[in-house]
Design a protein around this ligand. Structure first.
Ligand SMILES: [Zn+2]
Length: 289
């Protein structure tokens, strides 16, 4: 069974049945594979280097897009906790119903629930022979970050950054086609290098084709004051998480200065050098602290 059909199934059946299916699949794969043969496109090898990476970055940096492109290139799933939560709610499980009530009341989901839904996903991935993951949107708190490192061998935390004025301009340039649902960006960014040494930034617009042009809309939450508030919230939330991973020797800052086509060729070799790097082989962090 493919992962996607398993995921479709997961939306319809209770979790106990899902884990039963997962363990059945696991048993079948063990029967079908001898040694390190590939099973249904997954590398079943226990010795393939692990890719357990976390992507951090402010709203508007393009984190989701980069995470999904990198995941595809390295053959690991792109796991966004927001998607997991929506799927769990959609599946109508007991946990999903509980999450739905909390979200509907406007409260934040407690760490323990988010951790539970993520652990469930990582465990079923391990059983299915996935060699790792790109985590997007998690951890959001220091407690979540500590918990993640206790349960998982994270090899890299990529901290994507982009100058704030560019983030704001980019978010304000977002346009959604009401007709076909595609996203565009009309911001045409060219910022000279700053006196404090930050590099020049060139980001051409992602212009809509003529058939979408008459249907473009701005999302309600892409107004400047909303964007600036979102960035402030992110900074306050993210800095303890960044600080924690930095002290653990896992954080790698990556400054974005161009569009996706120019940035990926710079990002991929950097990531390649982290393939298989594990927590137990990384340099001792926080020496002297
Ligand atoms: Zn369109």
């Amino acid at each position: 069974m493919s992962t996607s059909s398993a995921q479709r199934l997961a939306r319809r059946v209770p979790m106990s049945a899902v884990s039963a299916v997962a363990s059945l699949r696991n048993a079948l794969e063990q029967l079908l594979s001898v040694g390190e043969h590939q099973v249904a496109g997954f590398s079943a090898s226990a010795t393939a280097p692990a890719i357990n990476w976390v992507f951090l970055g402010p709203p508007g940096v393009g984190k989701g897009t980069y995470a999904s492109r990198v995941a595809k290139t390295f053959g690991v799933p792109h796991i966004a906790t927001g998607d997991l939560i929506r799927a769990e709610i959609g599946a109508g499980s007991e946990m999903g119903a509980q999450m739905k009530r909390i979200v509907a009341s406007g409260k934040l989901l407690p760490d323990v629930l988010v951790q539970q839904v993520l652990t469930q996903r990582l465990d079923s991935g391990r059983r299915a022979g996935e060699r790792g993951f790109i985590l997007d949107g998690y951890p959001r708190t220091r407690a979540q970050a500590e918990q993640l490192l206790r349960s998982t061998d994270v090899g890299l935390v990529l901290n994507m950054g982009l100058r704030e004025e560019v983030l704001v301009e980019k978010c304000m340039g977002r346009r959604l086609c009401r007709h076909c649902g595609k996203n565009y960006n009309i911001a045409n960014i060219h910022l000279p290098a700053s006196p404090d040494g930050r590099p020049e930034i060139v980001m051409p617009p992602l212009s809509p084709p003529p058939e979408c042009a008459p249907h473009l809309a701005v999302r309600e939450d892409d107004r400047e004051e909303v964007i600036r508030h979102r960035l402030e919230v992110y900074k306050a939330e993210a800095s303890p998480v960044e600080e924690f991973f930095r002290r653990e020797g896992l954080l790698v800052d990556f400054e974005i200065t161009a569009g996706i086509p120019e940035t990926l060729p710079r990002l991929m070799p950097l990531l390649q050098s982290y393939v298989g790097r594990r927590a137990d082989t990384r340099p001792a962090a926080g020496a002297g602290n």
